[in-house]
Design a protein around this ligand. Sequence first.
Ligand SMILES: O=C(O)[C@H](O)[C@@H](O)[C@H](O)[C@H](O)COP(=O)(O)O
Length: 603
Amino acid sequence: MNPIVAKVTHEIEHRSQNTRKEYLEKIRIQANQKPNRDALSCGNLAHAVAPFEEQEKQKILDKQRSNVAIVTAYNDMLSAHQPYKDYPDTIKKVLFGEGHSAQVAGGVPAMCDGVTQGQVGMEMSLFSRDTIAMATSVSLSHNIFDATLLLGICDKIAPGQLMGALAFGHLPTAFVPAGPMASGISNDQKSQVRQKFASGEVGKEALLASECSAYHSHGTCTFYGTANTNQLVFEAMGLMLPGSAFVHPDDELRLELTKFISRHVASLSRGSDNYRPLAETFSAKTLVNGLVALLSSGGSTNHTIHMIAIARAAGLILTWEDIDALSEVVPLLVSIYPNGSDDINAFQHKGGTPRLLSQLNTLNLLHMDVQPVYGSMSDYLKSPSLSAEGELVFRELDDISESNVIATSDAPFKFKGGLKLLKGNLGRGVMKISAIEASNLVVTGEVKVFSDQNDVVEAYEQGILNGNYIVVVRFNGPCMNGMPELHKLMPIMSNLMNKGHSVALVTDGRLSGASGKVPAVLHVTPEAAKGGAIALLEDGDLVSIDAIKGTIECGTDLSDRSAATPPKTNYESGYGREYFQLFRQSVSPADQGASIFFNGDVS
Ligand SMILES: O=C(O)[C@H](O)[C@@H](O)[C@H](O)[C@H](O)COP(=O)(O)O
């Protein structure tokens, strides 16, 4: 085992001694209570089975068999989740056929960040993760289940479902992925048309045609954004079947994987010899495996927030320093957009997550002594396929061939991982360095300060940003307006870079996982609305960003400055934002997971 990986794991375990103990004790009590259906009254049971046919009723009531909860994030607004429509029927058919049972315990909301990017809805996006965690808990609170299947993929949904399921960590739990859409026009082509639109070279019609050729059918988006990062990282954490994340929704293999995981999770329930509760599957070692996979693949910056909140839901205290330390020793082994030009389908074609995990294992960067939901960690180095008889089999990977998508362990794309922590007199923030050219890792310039991304667009259109400027977008932190993704600014910033300007973004907001080439210090904490030093900045101040050393400093003396007044824009009302006031009041800082559940109780 790599000594730094071992050290970080040990530090997480040590720091989390009390919280993990409390968590496991809570789960132990839940596990030791009477099996759920024994604890329910006849009236409770009758309500639970009322809508089912007699035969199915009997199966649900049969305490010798498993009753599996399905928590679904189906809707047909999200291309990634649209395939889930028929999954509950498939799962129920398989399980009832085997004498077990399954029920849709509940549906959780699922918003598409692609639809809400740059729109008001984005201000509820991050908060939707905790809402989904609560909705998952409400679904499972019927307490009639022996295992859980989570049907969720995209950005906030899968992390929220996992957080909710961890509160029911006595239940064996697995994710059921649905796979990516087929490749349309390439992500590079899509970005180029956006940049042309931003500079006025093409009109809206050409832009819409380009967007519709990129996003053209069901399945997850093909770039390596937050949704696909969830999938890769969760597979690496053993929360789904090996090699299952990126099989196309219409592939026959996809259906067999869904049937297999349904049967499998039912076989793990309490009382069986195979009992494997989520609380044991998800340990500090599992968490570190997920982080190693995140860093080696150049995954989404959003995971510097979600992984902390997920860890906390399992009683584990993870810090940005842990992620930064791992990033120093985990090489970048994946090159897909925005860290390269290929997409997630190319990654799958080259062996996908099992191939990546094999390379990481060769480098001794993975904990192999964990308890994934299926088999052992060595099984996660194998790839699923269908035999001639149509049976699902997991096969050893072929020897690796040259690949410009997944590097071999001895020839990584970069020697360090994808994320960097930056600290200094402006606070702490994270930068995704996997896609950034070496010459852009250090940027010094005068700042142009904004409080609203739309004002940046206006300034760009007026030519005010032409030059070597660091664009600061503050008052976009979790307490202010829910920490929206500012991905809308990327075509503008890219155009400025293409003109030869040395630019960077500094913000207490977020960026999409699909953002890459622009140096951007994100999630700056403390946020402007909570006394952060970025609230002191004024146009013309000199700021230096150094993603090699890990520093962000303002060269101007700020000691006599007072904080700027937050913008007058009403973030508190309209389009449902009024219902999230409690979230804005209670949310923890980004480096503590930006969650309403764990604010202030961690030293
Ligand atoms: O974090 C993410 O991955 C994004 O939120 C992603 O879910 C969103 O859909 C992007 O807006 C799409 O990226 P493009 O706009 O570049 O296609």
